[in-house]
Write a protein that binds this ligand. Structure first.
Ligand SMILES: Nc1ncnc2c1ncn2[C@@H]1O[C@H](COP(=O)(O)O)[C@@H](O)[C@H]1OP(=O)(O)O
Ligand SMILES: [Mg+2]
Ligand SMILES: [Mg+2]
Ligand SMILES: [Mg+2]
Length: 334
């Protein structure tokens, strides 16, 4: 089968995500302390969010000046706060080759205001997915994807705190995950000499043996419904709770077989940057992703997944059994 390999896009996206990941780790090491955590001070993650978006957008824009970007952040509040802006500029310049001025940083951030849609190609960026995980020193991800005519074609995700092997939490951390449509899913470490290894979902066909994962945050997914679904599936092990799109990564690598993100409110619309790269990773690793009703995720309707409610990702073999249980538990709710 012939298909686009997006090799140049992949190379540029990898470079951008690695540099932004480095920036995030630097912010965590220098600005997050016991006292910021105790005070629930969000300023470090705000600085990292803006810095990572400025770095990724400026690298993308230099390579593909015609490509629009749907990014999570904009510069409106940053323009009001000179001290924060100075820190963002300094950090961004610590990871890029060509130094940026303050106004270039602001402009780069605002390249992310595109509305999305079903025609043409655009990038979507979550500079830090899992802000709460970032502040806790747990999982977060820099997530970049390329969408063409409403379909995700390339996903590149940097997970600075994710162990290369989940079973070795004290081993090497920092994973770069890449998927190209019809081209497979891959992982490498952040080490410059590291090379891609193809990854696959788990081959488990028995729900009772499966590890399932869900959000840390009760406000992002209905954990009561997830527990009911797990019990219907005969799963007795507690869920693995993890922030961010790292959950898609662990499904794609076969560490877990089921990711449940169940609707918590009638009004919340999931954002495309929270799912585009992760969903392609699972698909290309041999798994399946859909919403709580079994519909495919629709990335062609703007900045949100307004045609979908919730997200279910599995290793594929378990998909029908999981969707059966989801249907029973959510029958009266969605
Ligand atoms: N009410 C909400 N429901 C679902 N997801 C949310 C909600 N509020 C924020 N998010 C986003 O969910 C993602 C994290 O989810 P998870 O619980 O899987 O870690 C993040 O993208 C977070 O934004 P952000 O990118 O600003 O952290
Ligand atoms: Mg996010
Ligand atoms: Mg974010
Ligand atoms: Mg946010």
């Amino acid at each position: 089968m012939s298909h686009a390999t997006y090799s140049r896009e992949r190379e540029v996206a990898t470079e951008a995500v690695l540099r932004a990941s480095k920036l995030c780790t630097r912010v965590f090491q220098n600005l997050v302390s016991a006292s910021t955590i105790e005070k629930k001070d969000k300023s470090p993650v705000t600085i990292a969010d803006y810095g990572a978006q400025a770095v990724v957008n400026s690298i993308l824009h230099a390579a593909f000046p015609e490509d629009p970007i749907v990014g999570e952040e904009d510069s409106v509040e940053l323009r009001e706060n000179e001290a924060t802006l100075n820190k963002v500029v300094e950090l961004a310049n610590s990871v890029v080759n060509q130094p940026l001025t303050s106004s270039e940083v602001l402009q780069a951030i605002d390249l992310g205001t595109y509305a999305g849609g079903k025609k043409g190609r655009f990038w979507t960026l979550d500079p830090i997915d899992g802000t709460k995980g970032f502040l806790r020193g747990e999982q977060f991800a820099v997530c970049l994807a390329l969408i063409v005519d409403g379909q995700v074609q390339l996903g590149v995700m940097g997970c600075p705190n994710l162990p290369i092997q989940l079973s070795k939490p004290d081993g090497e951390r920092g994973c770069l995950l890449t998927a190209v449509r019809n081209g497979g899913a891959y992982q490498r470490s952040f080490a410059p000499t590291s090379t891609d290894t193809q990854i696959h979902v788990s081959s488990t066909a028995t729900t009772a043996d499966t590890q399932f994962c869900e959000s840390v945050e009760a406000g992002h997914s209905s954990q009561g419904d997830a527990a009911d679904i797990a019990s219907k599936l005969g799963i007795t092990k507690p869920s693995v709770r993890m922030d961010s799109q790292c959950k898609y990564a662990v499904i794609a690598r076969g560490d877990a077989g089921i990711y449940l993100r169940l609707p918590v409110s009638a009004t919340y619309e999931e954002k495309i940057w929270d799912h585009a790269g992760g969903a392609l990773l699972v698909h290309e690793a041999g798994g399946k992703v859909c919403d709580a009703k079994g519909n495919p995720l629709d990335f062609s309707v703007g900045r949100t997944l307004k045609n979908n409610k919730g997200v279910i990702a599995t290793n594929g073999k378990l998909h029908d059994a999981v969707m059966d249980a989801v249907g029973q538990v959510l029958a009266s709710k969605i």
